[in-house]
Design a protein around this ligand. Structure first.
Ligand code: AHR
Length: 503
């Protein structure tokens, strides 16, 4: 018998809403076309922001958006993206597809997008090819309310009031595309650059994110925590609020042939899900190193790039990283978000890569058409965990599923309770073919189901297209019965289920 035991009397860590954050880069059709269109494009928009996409993102309760990159961030010069559009510099986006970047989406547009979505702002600064002065002036331009050349410029550009910058990333992948730095060198650069990320409004301090490791580079975490955190007397005063981590699930593990987004077999299904489960080890091990320097967990682990990365959709620009999204991606999302919930004592923010039209996107667009992906539907169900309190929960009797070396536990789960006392249980069935009976037991009796939803599709490769947008969708789930001490559920193969309980 497979049992999920929940102790509703044992609340653990707070699930910061930012764990459900997103990432948007000047890459392919994420910003341009996906989020932002020409006002006269014929696609309904408000100040250039697509109404259909903004509406869908609001339903998702997007808590925070990271911008402008990614690798693009360390080539981005913010002054190119302000002022009258006709005067903005044009450049080649050398990282992504060699297309012309006309800088028509810049700081003002990003702030407007976040205003419309209703989310917090996470700006990623340029350490790789930018100066301390440039970064410092950007922060001043965005957040200072007094008199200065930067605030004067902002006023001239139509925005007298400062904006709120909630998070500021000091460099991106500084070990790679962001400057190919060694950890000692970067840690010192971090110390210097962050000094000038000033808090002009002490009531809204900017949370500073230090560039963290690539996947399992534990040495990076150790050196950066030691050099940039431990050896800083002021570290209690916002010297470093977060340390990032990037990890992508690449089915084959081979960057040249990552595997198809839609054309995969059962072996690849399990190979992929096993790689998604690896996030748990990464978060645990990086977290353990952070614990040695920061036992009180003041520095958040910020997984600001995560998701599945496949070969691009055949026939599309290889530099645009456009890929489809299947039931397999729904399971990657379920696994990953359950892991983040379970580690919410350390993981304080995470950003799925990327929001629209790039990698494991929640939304795909084509002209004026838009489709929600399976990942969208999972994130929509999981929004109920935002701001909740993680509850102690554990599975017993779970069997393995898989092929060859790729054996995974059949189930993934996490449980939280919100301020109204509603308990949200999210479970994924990783088996490609077998349903799973699950007994959910709570400490107390008398719970009722207030909502039950499921995301699944007719096959593991199922996905939504512009012609057929609801092949994989979120539907009401009735595969449960309420018992004296909980519920009995039957979870269909390859599905993600949410059940919400209340006394
Ligand atoms: O998300 C695509 C790219 O992946 C980002 O630009 C970079 O940070 C990472 O390597």
């Amino acid at each position: 018998m497979t049992v999920l035991k929940i102790n509703e009397h044992q609340p653990l860590s707070h699930i910061q809403p930012e764990i459900y954050g997103h990432f948007s880069e000047h890459l392919g059709r994420c910003i341009y076309e996906g989020l932002f269109v020409k006002p006269d494009s014929g696609i309904p928009n408000v100040n250039g922001m697509r109404c259909d996409v903004v509406e869908a993102l609001k339903e998702l309760k997007v808590p925070v958006l990271r911008w402008p990159g990614g690798c693009f961030a360390d080539e981005y010069h913010w002054q190119d993206g302000i002022g009258p559009k006709e005067n903005r510099k044009k450049m080649i986006n050398t990282h992504w597809g060699g297309v012309v970047e006309d800088n028509s989406f810049g700081t003002h547009e990003f702030m407007e997008l976040c205003r419309q979505i209703g989310c917090k702002t996470y700006i990623n600064g340029n350490v790789g090819s930018g100066t301390v002065q440039e970064m410092s002036e950007w922060v001043e331009y965005m957040t200072f309310s007094g008199l200065s050349p930067m605030t004067e410029q902002r006023r001239e550009n139509g925005h007298a009031e400062p904006w709120t910058v909630d998070y500021f990333g000091v460099g991106n992948e500084s070990w790679g595309c962001g400057g190919n730095m060694l950890p000692e060198f970067y840690a010192n650069e971090y110390r210097r650059y962050q000094t000038y990320v000033r808090n002009y409004d002490e009531s809204k301090p900017i949370k500073k994110i230090c560039c963290g490791a690539n996947v399992d580079d534990y040495e990076w975490t150790k050196v950066v925590m030691d050099t940039a955190y431990r050896r800083t007397p002021e570290h209690q005063h916002g010297f470093m609020d977060g340390l990032s981590l990037h990890y992508y699930v690449i089915p084959t593990g081979n960057w040249d042939h990552k595997g198809s987004a839609v054309d995969f077999d059962v072996d690849e299904w399990y190979q992929t899900l096993k790689k998604a489960l690896y996030m748990d080890e990464l978060v645990t091990k990086h977290g353990a190193i952070m614990d040695t320097y920061d036992p009180e967990k003041k520095v958040g682990l910020i997984v600001d790039e995560w998701g599945g990365w496949y070969d691009v959709e055949p026939g599309t620009n290889p530099g645009f990283l456009y890929q489809q999204n299947t039931v397999r991606d729904a399971l990657i999302a379920a696994i990953t978000l359950n892991i983040f919930n379970k580690h919410s004592d350390r993981v304080k923010m995470a950003c799925i890569a990327q929001m629209v039209n790039v990698l494991q996107a929640v939304i795909l667009t084509e002209g004026d058409k838009m489709v929600k992906t399976p990942t969208y539907h999972v994130m929509h169900m999981y929004r109920h965990h935002q701001d909740g309190q993680l509850l102690s929960s554990s599975l017993t009797g779970v069997e393995g599923a898989g092929t060859g070396e790729n054996i995974v536990p059949k189930l993934t789960e996490s449980v939280s309770v919100n301020a109204e006392g509603i308990i949200t249980v999210t479970v994924g069935n990783l088996s490609d073919c077998a349903e799973e009976k699950l007994t959910v037991q709570l400490e107390e009796s008398g719970y009722q189901v207030v909502e039950a939803r499921i995301v699944n599709g007719p096959a593991i490769q199922s996905h939504n297209t512009f012609e057929d947008p609801d092949v994989v969708s979120e539907k009401a789930f009735d595969g449960y019965t309420v018992t004296d001490c909980g519920i009995e559920m039957v979870l269909p193969a390859a599905s993600v289920v949410e059940v919400r309980l209340k006394k």
